[in-house]
Design a protein around this ligand. Structure first.
Ligand SMILES: [Zn+2]
Length: 257
């Protein structure tokens, strides 16, 4: 009987947490961030697919003739190289490398032998580490990944206002690194304003995903969350996944005292 009542008490505490306004705002901020990332999908895919198509034209339709070999990109002095003497992998590597604006390449995010086949394998190289090398669907990319791609890859230079991208990136970090998983009321308003400002950029006007993200984010601004616990858990899980990826990238530990 005691077990039953303590389980009921724990469940009641969990529900109380979901009713705390700062926590609800944290969840809302996470939901809005997710929408913002989804809003960038069409634009980013368009640019990467065009780039990929131009490389296919430039380098021919050739794929690596040694697909079974495990190929890795390593640094040789100051330049990158692939441990494959096929002549295809190396040419692709040089073309991708020429588009790095700032930051680091994350070669491990991508399977070398799939470069000539799957455009998104190129995009992931410009994102932070920890992306699944086996994924080539833009829908698997999180918001941080899209923002890193836009900031790190020259193909995006001058297309969007860099300050607006940076603001959303800083907000995203504040949300994901928030102590106690809480967001204050004025902060939520600022975060949503920044996301909408970015999605309203002229270059995004003709992309349906950006326009529907604006609508969704504006709904989040006014709505009370109508979600069930399963949805809350899914949303929290996706936020935790991003937080864990951040921690793995920086190698910082959380100290529990
Ligand atoms: Zn090769």
């Amino acid at each position: 009987m005691g077990g039953y009542f303590s389980r009921r008490r724990n469940a009641a505490r969990a529900v109380a947490r979901f009713r705390h306004p700062d926590y609800v705002r944290w969840i809302k901020a996470g939901q809005a961030l997710k929408c913002c990332g989804e809003g960038l999908i069409d634009f980013c895919t368009d640019i990467i697919v065009r780039f990929h198509r131009s490389l296919v034209v430039q380098h021919g339709l050739a794929e690596c003739p040694f697909p079974g070999n495990i190929k890795k990109v390593t640094k040789d002095g100051r330049s990158w190289k692939v441990n494959c003497a096929c002549g295809v992998c190396d040419v692709w590597l040089r073309s991708i490398e020429s588009q790095l604006a700032t930051g680091q390449f994350s070669w491990k995010n991508s399977n070398v032998q799939e470069w000539p086949i799957h455009p998104w394998q190129l995009a992931k190289i410009f994102m932070g580490p920890g992306k699944d090398p086996g994924s080539y669907d833009p829908a698997d990319t999180d918001t941080a990944g899209f923002l890193q791609l836009i900031l790190n890859c020259r193909l995006f230079a001058g297309k969007l206002d860099g300050n607006k991208v940076q603001l959303v990136r800083t907000d995203r970090n504040n949300i994901m690194h928030s102590e106690n998983l809480k967001v204050k009321s004025t902060d939520l308003t600022t975060y949503l304003d920044h996301m909408i400002d970015l999605l309203r950029e002229p270059a995004l006007q003709n992309f349906a995903s950006a326009q529907s993200a604006i609508v969704e984010i504006n709904k989040i601004r006014t709505m009370s969350l109508d979600v069930n616990l399963t949805e809350v858990r899914q949303l929290e899980t996706s936020m935790w996944k991003e937080m864990i990826a951040d921690q793995q990238a920086t190698n910082k530990k959380v100290f529990l005292v």
